[in-house]
Design a protein around this ligand. Structure first.
Ligand SMILES: Cc1cc2nc3c(=O)[nH]c(=O)nc-3n(C[C@H](O)[C@H](O)[C@H](O)COP(=O)(O)O)c2cc1C
Length: 392
């Protein structure tokens, strides 16, 4: 079966002469909800989402699909908010338990015997950096989904022999001058759909608490901190620095955050510094790097200054150890990384990519996480291994 996930309308897809068995088009994606990060598709109704909208059975649809094509406008190096919404809602296709692939942690496949091929078509102008970022994330998605990647294409570039639809290069004279010195107003954006209950909220809270202490020690005025979620694009107005806090979703930014970036393009002052504070469920923090490239793509497009960030692996540990001492064994790595980020912020400097090594070995993290999934499924009377696609 051939399935299309496509952020164009049904009419546009038909006009392009596409033939497929199932197409989830702009109309279907726009009427659906963003993933809320509840993991109900793993521990309450395994394999299906608890939200019964047009994407509620996407995991089941993927299990019946032989060839999946994702069509999306190129957006800072990856998918548009609507196409990303669909991928974020697909994780019921996977099993919450882990496997090691290419030396890294990934999810087990709920439908281990299923063969899926995957290809992406990212239309619209793009830079070489964006195309390279897209190829990296597409490969990561294929690995995660246990799928064979058959292509990442950039249609408008191909049609125009690879040049005309290149996004215009930024002239050196037009490049924004990065904000220098202590910022006056810093937005702390929590882009986790889990809001105040998220690991992201805790990490940003820790930064907000430590920042005035460091400012005092450095003898500078602490910047005003503005708290925002992905819905508060207006809160970014007039900020000369922003810290984007988010969880990694399907190897990239959560859909709501992509939507925020699209809307925020004109809100921040030119040259404002953009930092990231990201966490993820898998163990290896380096899997966050491609999402940093997407933020860098946003900065290039919006005339902002990408200034690096912190990548926290084994994010499932952040909340369970939140009440232990800040510089104790379980939190020290994350706390020191946040302190480094604060110092870069206060100096108006680049933080680089700071990857935090988890405080426990990978096998211990894996055992604890899998025990937690089993416990949650048991609480909900659910079968973690259910395969709703087999049910007909
Ligand atoms: C839809 C969805 C997709 C996810 N994709 C990934 C992923 O690709 N890699 C990863 O390491 N973790 C992934 N996770 C796990 C989250 O990154 C992890 O649970 C994180 O700690 C949540 O942080 P928060 O509490 O700040 O939202 C995903 C979670 C959800 C709900």
């Amino acid at each position: 079966m051939r399935t299309f996930i496509c952020d164009l309308t049904r009419a546009q897809l038909a006009a392009a002469g596409v033939r497929c068995d199932v197409a989830l088009c702009r109309e279907d994606l726009a009427s659906a909800h963003d993933c809320t990060g509840c993991f109900g598709c793993w521990v309450r109704t395994p394999g299906a989402c608890v939200m019964r909208d047009s994407l509620g059975d996407l995991g089941v649809l993927l299990a019946r699909t032989d060839e999946l094509t994702v069509v999306s406008r190129m957006t800072f190096g990856w998918l548009s908010p609507l196409a990303k919404r669909a991928l974020d809602r697909s994780i019921g296709y996977l099993h919450p338990n882990f496997r090691i692939a290419d030396g890294q942690m990934h999810h087990r496949l709920r439908y281990a015997d299923h063969k899926l091929t995957l290809n992406f078509r990212l239309y619209g102008p793009s830079t070489e950096a964006e195309r390279s970022c897209a190829r990296t994330i597409a490969a990561a998605n294929a690995l995660n989904l246990g799928a064979r990647l058959t292509g990442v294409r950039f249609p408008s570039n191909e049609k125009s022999a690879g040049t005309e639809n290149d996004a215009p290069a930024v002239d050196a004279a037009e490049r924004p001058v990065p904000a220098r010195g202590v910022p006056r107003r810093v937005a702390l954006v929590n882009a986790s759909p889990r809001g105040g209950r998220s690991a992201t909220a805790h990490l940003l809270g820790d930064l907000a608490e430590a920042l005035p202490v460091y400012a005092r020690m450095a003898g500078v005025d602490a910047p005003e901190l503005v708290r925002a979620t992905v819905r508060d694009v207006g809160a970014l107005a007039g900020c000369d620095a922003v810290v984007l806090g988010y969880p990694l979703y399907v190897d990239a930014l959560p859909s709501g955050m992509v939507d925020l970036l699209v809307r925020a393009r004109d809100e921040l002052a030119s040259g404002a510094r953009v930092y990231a504070l990201a966490n993820m469920g898998f163990y290896e923090a380096e899997q966050i790097a491609p999402s940093f490239s997407v933020i860098e793509g946003f900065c290039t497009a919006a005339g902002l200054c990408w200034s690096g960030g912190v990548a926290v692996g084994a994010g499932g540990m952040v909340l369970p150890v939140a009440k232990t001492p800040r510089m104790g064994m379980m939190r020290r790595g994350v706390s020191e990384a946040i302190d480094q980020l604060i110092m870069a912020l206060l100096a108006g400097a680049n933080a680089g990519a700071i990857e935090v090594r988890p405080p426990v070995p990978r096998f211990a993290y894996r055992l604890a996480a899998e025990a937690q999934w089993r416990h949650l499924a048991h609480e909900h009377g659910a079968d973690l291994d259910a395969r709703p696609a087999d049910a007909g």
